[in-house]
Write a protein that binds this ligand. Sequence first.
Ligand code: CMP
Length: 214
Amino acid sequence: MLNEIPIFSGLNDAELEKLEKVAVVKTFPKNTILFSEGDQSDSFYVVLSGKVNVGINDEEGREVILSILGEGEYFGEMALLDGEPRSAFVMTKEPTQLLIISKKDFESFVETNPDIIINVLKGLLKRLREANKKIESLALMNVYGRVARLLTQLSVTRDDKTMIEDKLTHQEIANMVGASREMVSRVLKELSDEGYISIRKKKITLHGKLPYEW
Ligand code: CMP
């Protein structure tokens, strides 16, 4: 199981076996807060199945979703590696099975397997590139463009059908593009009226390339 997880690629069987001994597998129901922004860190997590939202709240309860992480992805590495508090909250979006490694075991594992750090670095670079794109959309695009780009990024094409496999609420989309739910509903309606998308049971299908500029 562990050899299919990209961050552990490069580890040999003996190392994977050692890892399996110190890791704990736990399943959490939907909407469980795994930790909050500012918490002290004690673990590193890998998503074995399910999905989690990574995000930030302000005092008024407004929320920004930075990313949705799914099978094979990991989180919690930042605070473990730089010793700072958690940079974001993480909450399950659906029932989720996680592999959990304690800070102490993660640190000693990294010491003996420096390849892991290269994998973590690659992951951080990927997230930095995505964050740059997000900054670009926030600074340079209107809400129509941001929604269109987000839907395009989240979509997958299978058997000639391009769709977003996760169910997304208007509020979740709003929290991902930094806009109000009302504005997102208006944009989705317009995209749907123009024939660019169709929505059934909260699942969105894309019909061709969505316009980023309106
Ligand atoms: P940590 O700061 O320990 O706790 C929150 C985690 O969320 C963080 O480690 C990363 O694993 C993850 N995270 C933070 N920012 C992002 C982002 N922009 N994209 C994806 N994951 C993130």
